[in-house]
Design a binder for this molecule. Structure first.
Ligand code: PEP
Length: 250
């Protein structure tokens, strides 16, 4: 079953009020290509100004807390995100799993909180280069799925992003065959975890997606979109990726 593709940008700790001008052209591209979904996830401080500038564009966050409120200095709840107009939230990005030592259980709680708040949770999984070299890439990703996926997730509320850690920000990508194998394995695991809804959950590929490789990667079976880091920061790079998704949607 071909799912509607989603192209989501992860600005990470980049961007400023001035750079929100990029969203004008990104929204224009999203509106010119209604066959695909487009979202941008800027840092927390830019969410409200981004929503104010381009209310028709799906704006998301890059993290949330798993609890609704309380003594968690520096954290942001899903209710706070919803209040300022965020519609999606990335959880379990490998940079947070590494830098903030986030566990699968914490990622699952965050995803569950996002879904409860009416947001779409984008749950990130992916192996390190050492995992791949040791032949355990699939086992690592399946274990992350087992621990991170909320069992009430549906095609409407849950997205999985497969992001090999060694491909993020490096300019390296897996072969299309390796992407196909991993996405098929993720699809099968989702069926085991959430049943029939697993067939409706979009599985994004992320890791050095650029204008020149987007169409090929997005045409791979079970690649239902892309999570884009560096190339999402400017419309000049992000719009061609949106167009690649349109072309790959056939
Ligand atoms: C990411 O970190 O989500 C990502 C995919 O980054 P990049 O596109 O820069 O590799």
């Amino acid at each position: 079953m071909a799912l509607r593709k989603l192209v989501a940008g992860n600005w990470k700790m980049n961007g400023s009020l001035a750079s929100l001008v990029e969203l004008d052209l990104i929204l224009a591209a999203a509106q010119a290509h209604p066959s695909v979904d487009v979202a941008v996830c800027p840092p927390f401080t830019l969410i409200a100004p981004a929503v104010a500038r381009v209310p028709a564009l799906a704006v998301g966050a890059q993290d949330c807390h798993g609890q609704s409120k309380g003594a968690h200095t520096g954290c942001v709840s899903t209710a706070m995100l919803v209040e300022v107009g965020a519609r999606l939230v990335i959880v379990g990005h490998s940079e947070r799993r590494a830098d903030q030592h986030e566990t699968d259980a914490e990622v699952q709680a965050k995803a569950a909180a996002a879904i409860s708040a009416g947001m779409v949770a984008i749950v990130c999984v992916g192996e390190t280069e050492a995992d791949r070299d040791a032949g355990r890439a699939m086992a690592v990703v399946e274990s992350q799925l087992d621990g991170s996926i909320p069992r009430d997730g549906t095609g409407a509320t849950l997205v999985v992003a497969y992001e090999p850690v060694w491909a993020i920000g490096t300019g390296r990508t897996p072969s299309t065959g390796d992407v196909a194998d991993m996405h098929a394995a993720i699809r099968a695991r989702l069926a085991g975890l959430i049943g029939g809804e697993g067939a409706r959950v979009r599985i994004l590929y992320g890791g050095s997606v650029k204008p020149d490789n987007a169409r090929e990667l997005l045409a791979v079976a079970d690649v239902d979109g892309a999570l884009v880091g560096g190339a999402s920061l400017t419309a000049a790079q992000f719009v061609p990726i949106i167009e690649g998704a349109v072309a790959a949607s056939g």
